[in-house]
Write a protein that binds this ligand. Structure first.
Ligand code: HEM
Length: 429
């Protein structure tokens, strides 16, 4: 039976995407294990239940992590089949014996040493992009920090770290966005037919890259080519493509979304922006608090391997679960005054924005570092930036598992520009 108050719940609806908090609170308080008739998913809302699920991969398998939430009709499947598209178990959707080894290939690229070495790379790319943003400020009086900064920076960083060559960042971003929408969105048939070819192109390009054997040995694709499965066999190309497909998307889209939310929230918080430029550790603490309260990956999926009791309810084998990661960061059992943004709160690291257990996000350290470095660089490089229309809600990305503002429009504040030198030069006779 549905709790009457939950009858209007629509995970893709404007109301939920704009302000999910009242719904997430209601679910947690009244129906912590709730069957959503629109998607057929069981919504799991309490922090402790989600943790339990993530820490028991034998009972709660990850096989459905990348399934299309909106069924793909035959016409769309045909487009994908023509591109040879398939996603065998590789990383997030892999509950088999090949997972730990494949995961190690990823973690080697994002361990503490590599992330520390990436800081100068992140700073260089941030400075280049901010220089362009300042030029746009001068020309037009404002700019969109989502399109010109948050979205591009993680893509360029990932390309350098993984040795991705032969493609421009804008194409990779377009392919990645199309893939997220096709598998995690609620597109109409027309829209599915529009984006499926992009997903097919992405897959084809990955397949050519993997099969071509021309990538440098120290690149991610090179590392996959050297990888051996538990039985000593080399990795088949389809699985290598599946691993790249996931990492190339997860490694940049999610961080771009995080950075967009981090920037927008920082610009709306009274007095925070100038402090971020100079106060040691504040940017990192702000990022962590945003990850708790408003993470980019809002949910994640699992499927029950056998009948199981969870949160006081019996679930059958094959029940498809949606773990409400975002809501779990506001669970009052774990976080005091969860609605308040308190950088440096003691219990912040208990959030589940990166999951927990054997599939925990191996890019967590990179994502945190990248967002903190980029936030500080923006606060230093654009000290007078103000949200262009603070009272206006920006368009939002609202997919089953991904949520973020799609615009962070800023101005340089009344009467000031960033091109002081240029302005002075223009005034000089
Ligand atoms: C803010 C940014 C990010 C967030 C919020 C995020 C979140 C997540 C979540 C929730 C999972 C699923 C965890 C689970 O099933 O228990 C995951 C898995 C994963 N993430 Fe991230 N992620 C982010 C950035 C990244 C980055 C930068 C990479 C870089 C490669 C990455 C690579 C992966 C991979 C490969 C997996 C699958 C791991 C496995 O199954 O063993 N993610 N991420």
């Amino acid at each position: 039976m549905i709790t009457p108050a939950l009858e209007g719940l629509d995970l893709f609806g404007e109301g939920f995407v704009r302000d999910p908090y009242p719904w997430l609170d209601l679910l947690r308080a009244q129906a912590p294990v709730h069957h959503d008739p629109r998607t057929g998913l069981w919504l799991i809302s309490r922090h402790r239940d989600i943790r339990r699920v993530l820490l028991a991969p034998d009972a709660f398998r990850p096989d459905n992590a990348q399934h299309a939430v909106t069924p793909l009709p035959v016409a769309v499947l045909r487009v994908l089949a023509r591109a040879g598209f398939q996603l065998p178990p590789a990383l997030a959707n892999n509950g088999t014996a090949s997972h730990p080894g494949l995961r190690r290939v990823v973690t080697r690229f994002f361990n503490g040493r590599r992330v520390a070495a990436a800081v100068p790379v992140i700073e260089r790319i941030a400075d280049e992009l901010l220089e362009e943003a300042r030029a746009r400020f001068d020309a037009t009086g404002g700019c969109d920090l989502f399109a010109s900064y948050a979205q591009i920076l993680p893509c360029r960083v990932l390309m350098e770290l993984l040795g991705i060559e032969g493609i421009d960042p804008a194409t990779l971003i377009r392919w990645s966005d199309a893939s997220l929408e096709l598998f995690w969105g609620r597109p109409t048939l027309d829209r599915q037919l529009e984006i499926a070819p992009l997903v097919g192109e992405f897959h084809q390009w990955l397949t050519e890259t993997v099969r071509g054997g021309r990538t440098p040995a120290d690149s991610f694709v090179g590392a996959l080519a050297r990888h051996r499965l538990p039985d000593g066999e080399p990795l088949d190309p389809q699985t290598a493509v599946g691993a790249c497909f996931f990492v190339f998307i997860a490694g940049q889209s999610t961080t771009g979304q995080l950075l967009a939310t981090v920037l927008r929230r920082a610009l709306t918080e009274p007095g925070l922006w100038p402090r971020l430029a100079h106060e040691e550790g504040l940017a990192g603490a702000w990022v962590e608090e945003v990850l708790r309260r408003e993470p980019p990956v809002t949910t994640w999926r699992r499927i029950t391997a056998r009948p199981v009791r969870l949160g006081g309810r019996e679930l059958p084998e094959g029940a498809r679960l949606l773990l409400m990661l975002m809501g779990s960061g506001s669970d009052p059992e774990v976080f005091a005054a969860p609605e308040r943004m308190c950088p440096h709160r003691a219990e912040v690291r208990h959030h589940l924005a990166f999951g927990v257990g054997s599939h925990r996000c191996p890019g967590a350290s990179l994502a945190r570092t990248e967002a903190a470095v980029a936030l500080r660089a923006a606060a230093r490089g654009l000290p007078r930036a103000r949200l262009a229309a603070p009272a206006q809600e920006p368009p939002m990305l609202g997919l089953l598992s991904f949520r973020a503002p799609l615009r962070v429009a800023v101005t340089a504040g009344a009467g000031s520009t960033y091109g002081l030198r240029a302005a002075t030069a223009r005034r000089t006779p």
